[in-house]
Design a protein around this ligand. Structure first.
Ligand SMILES: C[S@@+](CC[C@H](N)C(=O)[O-])C[C@H]1O[C@@H](n2cnc3c(N)ncnc32)[C@H](O)[C@@H]1O
Length: 195
């Protein structure tokens, strides 16, 4: 699929998967974030907003916000339509490097089934930029498929995060319907130590 210019069929299939068939799995994953409700959250590569929706729901009571960032206007249009009833969602079509210029701004970052789609040569710059947008003691949650044909190895994710200054504080390996084996990692941005 060309993610920048999805066909109507692509949009139909992905929306059906993320809002209907995998809805329970998406919700369960967001439950693991332990959100209090007042956080600033980034859903990086949020696409049609299937995961963003569960994050937004969690943040409604506590007046937190979620930014659904994607480089595809076509997917953001889907998300805008699906999430029109959530006043606490910001839709941003931009490169993460541009947000990183504004410094740390998020308490939590989610990366869900998207980093493996990015060409390997760009992944480190993206993860390092994401790390710059994360506040000290903020957490990054990532879930990616690990199949060789369609996925990326867990050790590559760990290396990208370590190089970006993040520490793995937890992980699980599982299996997701329609996706296959996955690695889910939780990474912490350690507090800066004063000299
Ligand atoms: C497979 S979809 C996943 C969407 C969503 N995270 C989910 O789990 O349903 C991958 C998304 O990543 C977006 N994407 C690809 N490269 C990106 C980049 N460099 N920055 C932000 N988003 C990107 C694509 O446009 C697409 O919407």
């Amino acid at each position: 699929m060309d993610f920048k210019k999805p066909s109507r069929f692509d949009i139909f299939v992905h929306t059906l998967a993320s809002y209907v068939l995998m809805r329970g799995a998406y919700k369960k994953y967001v439950d693991t974030f332990g959100l209090k409700g007042d956080e600033e959250v980034l859903d990086f590569g949020g696409g049609g907003g299937g995961l963003t929706r569960h994050i937004a729901k969690r943040l409604l009571q506590g007046r937190g916000h979620v930014t659904c960032l994607d480089t595809s206007e076509a997917w953001l249009d889907v998300a805008r339509k699906q999430l029109r009833r959530f006043p606490n969602v910001r839709f941003v079509c931009d490169e993460i490097s541009n947000l990183a210029d504004a410094g740390p701004q998020f308490d939590v970052i989610a990366i869900h089934i998207m980093l493996h789609d990015i060409d390997r040569e760009f992944r480190q710059d993206i993860v390092s930029a994401l790390s710059r947008t994360l506040k000290d003691t903020g957490k990054l949650f990532i879930r990616e498929p690990t199949k060789e044909k369609h996925g990326m190895p867990a050790d590559e994710i760990r290396q990208l995060m370590t190089n970006g200054g993040l520490e793995e504080v937890g992980f699980t390996e599982g299996k997701l319907r329609f996706v296959g084996p996955t690695y889910s990692g939780v990474f912490l941005k350690p507090p800066r130590t004063e000299n």
